[in-house]
Ligand binder design. Sequence first.
Ligand code: UDP
Length: 312
Amino acid sequence: MARIVVTGGAGFLGSHLCERLVDRGDQVVCIDNLRTGRVANIEHLFANKLFTFVDHDVSNYIWVPGDVDGVMHLASPASPVDFDKIPIQILKVGSLGTHNCLGLAKAKGARFHLNSTSEVYGDPLVHPQPETYWGNVNPIGPRSMYDEAKRFAEAITMAYRRHHGVDVRIVRTFNTYGPRMRPDDGRVVSTFIIQALQNRPISVFGQGQQTRSFCYVDDQIEGQLRLFDGDYQEPVNIGNEAEFTIRELAEAVIEITNSSSELDFRPLPQDDPMQRRPDLTVARRELGWEPTIALREGVTRTAEHFAEVLGL
Ligand code: UDP
């Protein structure tokens, strides 16, 4: 049994991670300032003795009494909708927040796990993206606060590993979806599912020819835990290789939800990456992991969740 601090534990990914850790018998200290995380995601864990919740912004100094074996840093707004609304907080949690979490891990002799992102590859010129690709990022564009904060987070993580000998893990998460995404966070899978369930127009940006590779949350968490539990100290892509255009996604969601929605083409946001697909060679080799839940199955499960949330 280990004692693990999970930052962003009330968020979409964080709450699934807390649940898995508690289920396997680990003690979890969940830290979240509830800026984009939600109590509703974790309240079912409150009665569990292994679970503690702390309302705190990790961009400020963190102290956790007692032994800590792992610090898993997932705290960060992650949606393009947040990029417009709270850019400074995103930069702070990726930089100051990561620094504080590394400081906590160092003080406790704990393993540090950074939830980084495929956004470190920017609008990639190499396809699919292996971990060795350095990326194509606009440092001053409308996504830069997220991309550069995460790039800084990786850099300071590697500096703590090299300079202080902290035991680190870095996961690069590719578009992940599933139950507990915020209904209003604007990301494509949840947005399309909600629009389709309500038979409203599906907001396809551009011509919908840009691609993404969508990973179901249970696969994502399994990959992250294998990385955390293992020995590999370099970045690892965790995602799904099945790549879809956004138009294909919209059509699949309409079909799966049996919706009468029509496609509604809207302007493509600036710097929207044109393509994205993980190279999973390292994840397979080092973690023996690969995704198991195909888009159709994952969208079906996610649509069931949102139908319940919307009271349909
Ligand atoms: N997108 C879209 N309609 C929406 C939301 C997003 O067509 O209502 C597109 C967006 O332009 C991008 C892709 O879907 O090309 C994925 O967007 P998301 O915000 O989910 O994540 P990203 O991968 O861009 O961070």
